[in-house]
Design a protein around this ligand. Structure first.
Ligand code: KG4
Ligand code: ZN
Length: 359
């Protein structure tokens, strides 16, 4: 296919984690159909995603989701210019379901197959239904599985300049919600609760990592929240306890007010950890014209506000997806695949799924 392909209709398939999704996007921009089936109900009672259950749920849902998407766009298979599918990174069993469906469709219809990197696609989500990227950009992906910063040229080739050294931001939100006794996914629950809490009630740490890289760390914040709820653990034996001479005060009871205050204090610290690193990266890359951000945590109301303030202060254009496309979806997969399709690139049926992409 070439950039002048008149249809430019790409079917996107996404199954890297716990959403079974398909979408049709024309020429990397116009979203004609967009179906997302979330597995939250499947995993809720386990307090986290169970990979084997995720794979099985994808097997059950992938064909109905594809049928529904094609029907919503009123298309036949032969109308498609390419079939784009998430090939990396993600849960290996989940990735394989979408990739196998994509390969089977490509083989049976003769339509080219294009493998997509899920994290890069989160960045592209901000460009759906909008203008192409214009100017040198920094890219921020903050999701349940990834927290990374990228340099992006106008041709949209992400080069990673920082990533989390432990938990992803969304993972930290989810664990914080568990500590506070809230449901999963934790991010939206904390977002809602934090709005009516005092964000200065507890001083939680904002990690600052040195070096020339722009890495993040969230495990210290999570532990500090745990200690604020359960109290700081005493040293393991009596002798050391006596030697330390310290006695920690008992934690305040976790009533509704305390829960709200802790949610707000946690959110403030997590968001600061992100914006501070973005600010440092903008200092180091002062030719940046655009900050483009994506991933589930960019649905967070406080992060959206603070990124907007930061970009306004620095004279940088902020490109954020609407909340629907912050979360996992297939429109971003079909969208970013257009860049490769327009360059005449595609993959063959030997395309592997990769759970992890090496640095
Ligand atoms: O991008 P995504 O759907 O999946 C991954 O690729 O990981 O992100 C899901 C993550 C979850 O950790 C969820 O708690 C978080 O995004 N999230 C939020 C909000 N909405 C979703 N975190 C904070 N505030 C929100 N409003
Ligand atoms: Zn994602």
């Amino acid at each position: 296919m070439t950039g002048s392909d008149s249809g430019g209709l790409i079917l996107g398939i996404e199954t890297s984690c716990d959403e079974t999704a398909a979408a049709i996007v024309r020429q990397g921009r116009d979203v004609l159909a967009d179906t997302v089936w979330s597995q939250h109900e499947v995993h809720r009672r386990f307090g986290g995603i169970v990979p084997e259950l995720a794979s099985r749920a994808h097997v059950e849902r992938i064909l109905p989701v594809l049928d529904e998407t094609m029907r919503a766009a009123a298309l036949e298979w032969r109308d498609l210019s390419a079939i784009a599918v998430t090939a990396e990174p993600g849960l290996i069993g989940s990735l394989l379901i979408g990739l196998t469906a994509g390969k089977a469709l490509a083989w049976s219809t003769g339509v080219p197959l294009i493998g997509v990197n899920h994290v890069h696609a989160h960045l592209y989500a901000a460009l759906l239904n909008g203008d192409p990227l214009d100017g040198q950009a920094l890219g921020l992906v903050v999701s349940g599985g990834h927290s990374s910063l990228f340099r992006l040229d106008p041709g949209f080739r992400p080069r990673e300049i920082g990533r989390t050294i432990d938990d992803a931001v969304g993972e930290a939100f989810d664990k914080a919600a568990t500590i506070l006794g809230l449901g999963q996914p934790g991010g939206p629950a904390i977002d809602r609760l934090a709005r009516c809490g005092n964000d200065r009630a507890v001083d939680l740490p904002v990690a600052q990592l040195g070096s020339g890289r722009f890495d993040f760390s969230f495990s210290g914040l999570k532990t500090a929240l745990l200690y604020a709820v359960e109290g700081v653990p005493a040293p393991p034996d009596r002798a050391r306890r006596a030697a330390s001479g310290r006695s920690h005060p008992a934690p305040e009871p976790l009533d509704d007010t305390r829960r709200r205050d802790l949610a707000a204090s946690f959110e403030r610290a997590a968001v600061r950890a992100v914006t501070r690193t973005v600010d440092r990266a903008l200092d180091a890359h002062d030719d940046t014209r655009v900050l483009i951000a994506g991933g589930g945590v960019t649905a967070n109301s406080r992060l959206r506000q603070e990124l907007a303030l930061l970009c306004e202060r620095r004279g940088v254009t902020l490109r954020l997806p609407p909340p629907r496309w912050c979360l996992d979806n297939a429109a971003m997969i079909a969208g970013i695949a257009w860049l490769r399709a327009a360059r005449g690139e595609h993959d063959d049926l030997a395309l592997p799924a990769r759970a992890v992409v090496p640095r």
